[in-house]
Each structure stands twice: as C-alpha cells, then as structure tokens.
Design a protein around this ligand. Structure first.
Ligand code: ADP
Ligand code: MG
Length: 306
C-alpha cells in the first residue's frame, strides 16, 4: 500500500461542512471561512508512551486526538469547522489504520468537523497531530485573561475521572466509565459556545484543576479560592477511591478536558452540567477552603502531584 492508497482508503472522506473549496488531494486545502468571523486555530499532538499507553487501541487514539483539540476549541467559545492530521507510524498496518480512522471520524462526525488535509510519515513510534480550524463571532473568543474580582469559578462535568482511569489502565483493575473518561474525553464544545458573552475567562482542564485554574488567574492578574467540598466528583470515582484520593485526583489529575471558567454568579442560568466551585479574589495565587477554613493542600497530601 503506497501513501496515496493509504490516504485514499483511510482518510479521504466525503465532506459535509461548507467553505471547503478544495479538500484532500492537492498541495493544500483551500478554505473559505464565513466573512466577518474570527478564526481560531488549535493544534495538539499525542505521542505514544507519553500521552497514551503503548497498548491503547487505535480507535481510541483516533478519537482522542480529535477530542483534545476540540476541547481547546471549546475553551475559546468557538465552533470547529475543519481539521488536518499529521500521522507518524512505524508501519502501515491496515487493521490499525482502519480502527484509527474509525475513531478519528467518529469524533469528527460527532462535532461536524471535516478532515481537509494532512501528512503521513514513517517513524519509530505513533505520533498523531491534529490541527483544527474554528470560528467565532468577531471579538467573541473567550480568553483566559478576563477574570474579574467577585466572579464565581465554575467547572463543567466531574473532575478526576480521567486521571483515575489512567491509574486503572496501569493496574489490573478496570472501570468502564473512568477508563472511558481518559480514552474518550468529552469536548465541551456546546457549553463553550453558550459561554460566549457570559463567561469572563475560560480554560480547559487538561493538566489538572489547580494548575489550569492557576494559569487562568495568573493571566487575569487576580487570585482565587476553591471550595474543596464543592468539587464535582462522579459516583464511579467515589466508589473506587477514598475521600483524600478523590480530592487529590479532582484537584490535580489531568486529562479531564472539562471547562473551568469564571463569570458573574448569575451568568450561567440555563447552562447544564456546571458547578460553582469557588470565587475570584484580589491578590494572587489560588487558595483552597475546606469547612470554611483555608487549607494548605500542598501540605495535606497533595504536594506529591503539584
Ligand atoms: P505533498 O507531497 O504535496 O505534501 P502528500 O502526498 O503528503 O502531498 O498529500 C497528498 C494529499 O493528501 C494532500 O492534500 C494532503 O493534505 C493529503 N493528506 C496527506 N496525508 C493525509 C492524512 N493523514 N489525512 C488526510 N489527508 C492527508
Ligand atoms: Mg505538495
């Protein structure tokens, strides 16, 4: 199978979104974004053995490399349109490619994104890079830097599941829900779009809540407080981990791809699946409160992961 056959078989699909003047097959894709909209570009790479375990199923790698990009799109409040794919493989295994392609297009179809180009190269390990083009109303993109003192801090979904799932993947236990949260993160694109004009600052939680919220607060030049007891955790996490471990995973576990944002307290009316977890303060740094008191999470067992 040569490179052209590989692309034709696994990646060249009928496209559905408007604006594609020329897709796969020429030297470059020609795209016509809607006039008067801002363009948002995101890119993310998954490296075998670094971002996912070596034995990860090809379909999950395909799904995940799209989903992690769509999470960045969501955090900008944008609507995804098109994507390109750069794929490095040690060999062209037809079964692997069929599964990878199926996972990739499953995520792409779920979010109405068309693959318009890419590259295939040979290398020692699997490396998958996806770049997504998205659009948002002029000036509407949601940034990290807009948090205001007195805002409430919110988060979507539940925290800590993906890190728990990754722990389980490395053990001989399993939990379909938790492992699925790692392998197939749900990009919060719809919520991101709803936050345009409502949230003051947004980030997606890829590296853990403490670190990512810390980045948002620093970018905004403000401080923040988290109410530890309010962190949303799933029943599956509660069933498998004790309370200390739940909080450690929720505060510092990565890969959840939920959105963390700040807004006026009443700005989220009608938006599903969000929880208020804290507030924006003046000063700097992030503090945690438990039972009304400031606690030093760094000295209460969480330090190891900070
Ligand atoms: P070139 O040699 O001009 O870089 P390629 O032979 O790499 O072109 O690619 C031919 C066409 O196939 C281009 O339109 C390119 O965008 C597309 N393509 C290559 N690899 C992929 C891929 N993994 N997924 C989707 N499209 C791809
Ligand atoms: Mg060329």
């Amino acid at each position: 199978m040569d490179e052209f056959e590989l692309i034709r078989r696994y990646f060249d699909r009928t496209t559905r979104t408007p604006g594609i003047v020329t897709g796969i097959g020429d030297d470059g894709a020609v795209l016509r974004p809607p006039p008067g909209r801002d363009q948002v570009q995101v890119i993310d790479t998954l490296v075998e053995g670094v971002h996912f375990p070596i034995e990860t199923a090809a379909a999950d790698i395909g799904y995940r490399v799209v989903a992690v990009n769509l999470s960045d799109v969501a955090a900008m409040g944008a609507t995804p349109c098109w994507m390109t794919l750069a794929l490095t493989l040690s060999r062209a295994d037809p079964d692997w490619l069929a599964d990878f392609s199926a996972g990739l297009f499953e995520a792409a179809n779920e979010f109405d994104v068309d693959l318009v180009g890419g590259d295939v190269t040979r290398g020692e390990q699997v490396v998958a890079t996806v770049q997504v083009s998205a659009e948002v109303e002029t000036g509407g993109a949601l940034l990290r830097s807009g948090a205001e003192v007195g805002d409430t801090v919110f988060v979507t979904g539940t925290l800590g599941d993906a890190a728990a799932g990754l722990l389980l993947l490395g053990s001989n236990e399993s939990d379909t829900f938790l492992v699925g949260r790692f392998l197939r993160p749900s990009a919060r694109v719809e919520t991101g779009r709803q936050l345009v004009g409502r949230a003051n600052a947004v980030i997606d939680v890829s590296d853990g809540l403490v670190g990512d919220l810390g980045k948002l607060l620093a970018a905004s030049g403000v401080g923040g407080e988290l109410e530890i007891d309010r962190l949303p955790v799933s029943d599956a996490l509660k069933a498998r981990f004790d309370e200390t471990e739940q909080m450690r995973l929720a505060l510092t576990g990565g890969d959840d791809y939920e959105l963390c944002f700040t807004a006026r307290p009443d700005a989220v009316e009608g938006i599903a699946n969000v929880t208020a977890i804290g507030r924006v303060t003046d000063g700097d740094g992030l503090h945690c409160r438990k039972d009304g008191r400031i606690v030093d999470y760094a000295s209460s067992g969480y330090r190891h992961f900070l």
